[in-house]
Design a protein around this ligand. Structure first.
Ligand SMILES: [Zn+2]
Length: 267
């Protein structure tokens, strides 16, 4: 967003490095910042579990004249391009597919030009530049995943954040938990995964920065009991960028870093 708006607006984000958006609850200061902003972009599709409640309750109360300023940006992507985890639930992790996130950025630019048409040309130029850079990044991720032998292109992580990544870059993805970090992994699911990982001799699974390692440990121990040595391939960033010094401070670094970690652990 910063790259897109340039110097025409001040951009601040409420959730910093390492914050789990599924569990995020805005502080009173955050709520005040939301109300003071000229524009509030949030992800939508129930990603921001508790903040979504606040935003939706304000929407339905119908008393705030400034509600047009609250925009669930990913809900502007056509539904047929999204992954549906059930009939009425959309998988919210679309930033894992760079080509899809480019569409989200296009929507951001539409919103910006609709409220600040004076700087339309600047926004268009920034968008063009961004699309060019991100298209290259998308190709880089493809190349990294292509280095993994086809039979080993299975990605097991602690929660189902990588569905879009798998669909775009052709990896089979299995989460240990359900779609949200709020649900517990069932023993059946862990046992089933242990079976698949052992049978297919998958060398590594991955932990995530915002999710506990407990379930991942259960898989490693389960595989060991079947004589298969499974290791942790590294830390992936799913729902939040990394802290400074992690090499994954921005969304684009985080996606590239993930692809590197996956590629190196599975090839
Ligand atoms: Zn998530």
């Amino acid at each position: 967003m910063r790259t897109l708006v340039g110097s025409h607006a001040e951009v601040s984000s409420l959730m910093g490095a390492g914050v789990d958006p599924h569990l995020y609850k805005p502080s009173p200061t955050d709520v005040q910042r939301l109300l003071d902003a000229d524009l509030v972009l949030f992800h939508g599709h129930h990603l921001e579990g508790r903040m979504g409640d606040i935003l939706h309750s304000r929407n339905s109360s119908g008393v705030d004249p400034n509600l047009h300023r609250f925009i669930a940006i990913s809900e502007r992507i056509p539904r047929e391009r999204l992954i549906h985890s059930s009939a009425d639930t959309v998988d919210p992790h679309l930033w894992m597919d760079i080509s899809l996130w480019i569409e989200v950025i296009r929507k951001m630019k539409e919103v910006l030009t609709s409220i600040d048409s004076d700087h339309q040309i600047d926004y268009e130029q920034s968008l063009e530049q961004l699309v060019e850079e991100l298209t290259l990044l998308d190709a880089q991720v493809f190349d990294l995943i292509a280095e993994i032998p086809e039979a080993l292109r299975i990605l097991v992580t602690a929660h189902d954040a990588f569905g879009y990544f798998g669909r775009r870059y052709q990896m089979e993805v299995m989460g240990i938990q359900g779609i949200s970090t709020e649900s517990e992994a069932s023993i059946d699911r862990v046992n089933r995964l242990v079976e698949i990982l052992s049978n297919r001799k998958i060398p590594a699974i991955f932990v995530e920065s915002t999710v506990s390692e407990r379930n991942v440990r259960a898989l490693i121990e389960g595989c060991a009991s079947l004589g298969h040595r499974l290791r942790i391939g590294g830390v992936l960033f799913s729902d939040a960028p990394g802290p400074s010094g992690s090499g994954a401070e921005r969304w684009r670094d985080m996606v590239l870093q993930n692809a590197r970690v996956i590629s190196e652990a599975l090839r």
